[in-house]
Design a protein around this ligand. Structure first.
Ligand code: BTN
Length: 309
């Protein structure tokens, strides 16, 4: 109902009386009044004039009712410890694939390799719940797929050139703007759910504490809509999702990466591998040619573009 009310109020900045809204939307005036109060409480500036309600300002928040046909599948929270935890619970309780858990901030945001992901207001933090019909082994490609969407979205919305650093960090001018974290539960050899958490610095200033980070605001020189960014990402993600588990993702990833051909150092708790990032295998493992000419495939770890150091 909130979506329908906003749609009418946004049409040419129309003013609608409670009576007109209830007639147009086939509901009672009391119900309209309750939804208007709910919208005001959520931060919408709605003026009640003699002629009726007039929408003055909408907050830049991806509330479910701002997400069109996805309304039922979007779960928004002002603040949570981590969208990964909420999404895991929802997935275990049977949330359908393509559900989204999104938060305005996180108090315990998690990054890869047990790092903390700072999640101040102004960034976009969400976890996609997926139920792909693939083997656990192929699920890594879906995470790579999720990463390849960002350069396309940033280019089409803001003209920003971004690239993917192996395995799935999003860089702009060699600085990290976004990261992805995957969690999966399996049922024998099938994936029961694959949750992909994404944190992207949008209108926040991460570089004040992390010099290797940037934000869209910093690169684009102005604030952008977090809500529109999420919707654009979800649209692009869904559009090609059918290829997400297939090997074609690897070709797409290779087009978007800024790692191949570079001197890299891949660090895991047990090893450090230095060499040229030559290729990726069918599952996204990074094939590194070492100085002695031998090759080693890294399947996880922290990748540094060594030629910058
Ligand atoms: C990384 O680059 O280390 C991955 C960062 C992933 C952060 C996102 S923010 C939304 C979701 N919730 C979390 O706690 N982490 C992921």
């Amino acid at each position: 109902m909130k979506q329908a009310i906003l749609k009418l109020l946004r049409e040419d900045n129309q003013i609608f009386s409670g009576e007109a809204l209830s007639a147009r939307l086939g509901t009672t005036r009391v119900s309209i009044w309750k939804h208007i109060q709910g919208l005001k409480k959520a931060g919408y500036e709605i003026e009640a004039t003699a002629k009726g309600y007039c929408l003055k300002e909408s907050p830049d928040i991806p509330f479910p009712w701002e997400c069109g046909l996805r309304e039922k599948w979007v779960h928004y929270y002002d603040s949570v410890p981590s969208t990964m935890d909420v999404a895991r619970e929802k997935a275990r309780q049977g949330a359908p694939g393509m559900s989204v858990v999104v938060a305005g901030s996180q108090t315990g945001g998690r990054g890869r390799l047990k790092r903390v992901w700072r999640s101040d207001e102004g960034g976009l933090y969400f976890t996609l719940i997926l139920r792909p019909d693939v083997t656990p082994q192929a699920s890594g490609r879906i995470v790579l797929y999720a990463a390849t969407i960002w350069p396309k979205v940033l280019k089409s919305l803001f003209g920003i050139e971004a690239g993917v650093k192996w395995p799935n960090d999003i860089l702009i001018n060699e600085k990290k703007v976004a990261g992805l974290l995957a969690e999966m539960e399996t049922d024998f050899d099938q994936v029961s759910h694959l949750n992909i958490g994404i944190g992207i610095n949008v209108n926040n200033d991460p570089f004040t504490r992390e010099p290797g980070a940037t934000s869209i605001k910093n690169e684009f020189r102005r604030c952008v809509s977090i809500k529109d960014l999420l919707i654009a990402y979800l649209d692009a993600f869904e559009a090609d999702f059918k290829i997400a588990g297939s090997v074609s993702v690897i070709y797409e990833w290779k087009k978007q990466t800024v790692t191949l051909g570079r001197q890299v150092k891949v660090v895991t708790p047990r090893s450090v591998t230095i060499g040229i990032a030559e290729d990726v295998d069918d599952h996204g493992g990074l094939i590194i040619r070492k100085p002695d000419g031998s090759r080693q495939t890294a399947v996880y770890g922290d990748c540094f573009h060594n030629d910058l150091e």
